[in-house]
Design a protein around this ligand. Structure first.
Ligand SMILES: *Cc1c(COP(=O)(O)O)cnc(C)c1O
Length: 372
């Protein structure tokens, strides 16, 4: 069969190309290429989508996390709790602030960190907790928010993979003190280049973030704080506005695909194929559909030979990366994250992937795992 790519954005982009082109032309003609009304319009629409009070467009997801930490008052030497199993950006934001990442192991079934595990890692130096809604699955937020409140620490959610996810019926984006987003092209809401945002319900926090992204300035050539240059382009904002209108529909297609995989694989846990566990309060954005399998590398290779492209998120946890050798962690430091890095496999899931192909992929997986 013709091979099935891991991700293909052209189907959805082709379907809205007229609207994308007219947004592009509108911005080019407007003469405003930094900040301005197009960005403000997107910020209002994205905040509404997230059921949050404010949204601030930023340069990328890593900057959103870093600026979020700084706005929440993180200082060099402070401790920030992060998952041991996440994309390295979650950790990089912490170390860019010269703060100390304190890793917490995820729950094996849900891939995300729990309040119980976080509580054991809290010290007098803990300033912020960064729960990550990994793969689009919301973290169990209420116990984490209650714990943080009791200890007087802040919660910055990493929602880079969770556009549209709901926790207990409410959208991710307005629960924690601040929520960081990425509009990297492959995310559920992706730009045509880099982009990011923070959402929050706290007006004074929103104002600090607006200053931080724009040279620490509210008024031109008046610099109240040491800021950065990290602004979402109006051009990207205008294209994101077009895509935002379709996001619920596209996420529904992701859900339909996930449901086919879940149904097809439900009888195969006895062969060691494990699917994500879904708590009743969770409505995942299904950014990724991740299975666990002991002989993951073999499954990965045989699927590729059968023409099904799959990826691994992520093959090496942050604590084992060369970049973080100085932190002194070693193999065995975080066994859950290490085991996950050896067993997770992401199957194709994206709007425009036909259920016919999803059935074929499922059939391929089942044939491989039941063969030996
Ligand atoms: C993509 C991603 C980021 C970083 O976003 P960029 O826009 O690429 O900087 C951060 N955290 C997670 C979990 C991500 O998936």
């Amino acid at each position: 069969m013709k091979s099935i790519p891991f991700l293909n954005l052209s189907t959805i982009h082709d379907s809205i190309s007229e609207d994308l082109n007219s947004a592009f032309e509108r911005v080019v003609k407007s003469g405003t290429y930094i900040l301005g009304s197009e960005l403000e319009a997107f910020e209002r629409e994205f905040a509404d989508f997230c059921e949050a009070g404010y949204s601030i467009g930023l340069g990328n997801g890593l900057d959103a996390l870093r600026i979020g930490l700084i706005a929440l008052g993180v200082q060099p030497g402070d401790e920030v709790i992060v998952p041991s199993h996440t994309f390295i950006a979650t950790w990089l934001a912490v170390t860019e602030c010269k703060a100390i990442p304190v890793p917490v192991e995820p729950e094996d079934g849900s891939f995300t960190i729990s309040a119980q595990a976080i509580e054991k890692a809290i010290t007098s130096r803990t300033r912020v907790i960064i729960p990550v809604h990994l793969y689009g699955q919301p973290v169990d937020l209420d116990p984490i928010l209650a714990l943080a409140f009791r200890h007087g620490i802040k919660v910055l959610e990493d929602a880079a993979q969770a556009h549209g996810a709901r926790y207990k019926g409410r959208r991710v984006g307005g629960h924690g003190d601040a929520v960081a987003w990425s509009f990297y092209p492959g995310k559920n809401l992706g730009a045509f280049g880099d982009g990011g945002a923070l959402t929050t319900n706290d007006l004074s926090l929103a104002e600090s973030i607006r200053m931080l992204r724009n040279y620490g300035s509210r008024q031109k050539y008046e610099h109240e704080i040491e800021g950065f240059n990290s602004r979402l382009d109006p051009l990207q904002a205008s294209l994101l506005r077009v895509k935002l209108r379709h996001l619920d529909h596209w996420n529904k297609q992701r859900l339909e695909i996930a449901n086919v995989y879940l149904e097809k694989f439900s009888k195969f846990s006895k062969y060691g194929l494990l699917v994500p566990t879904l708590p009743s309060w969770s409505e995942s954005a299904w950014h990724l559909f991740v299975v666990k399998f002991g002989k993951r590398d073999q499954l990965h290779r045989l699927l590729s030979e059968a023409g099904v492209c799959t990826l691994i998120h992520y093959p090496k946890p942050p604590h084992l990366q060369k970049a973080y050798a100085r932190l002194g962690f070693k193999l065995g430091s975080f066994p859950v994250a290490e085991k996950l890095s050896n067993e997770v496999l992401s199957l194709p899931i994206y709007p425009g992937l036909s259920l016919h192909k999803v059935n074929k992929i499922s059939q391929c997986v089942i044939e491989i795992i039941t063969k030996d």
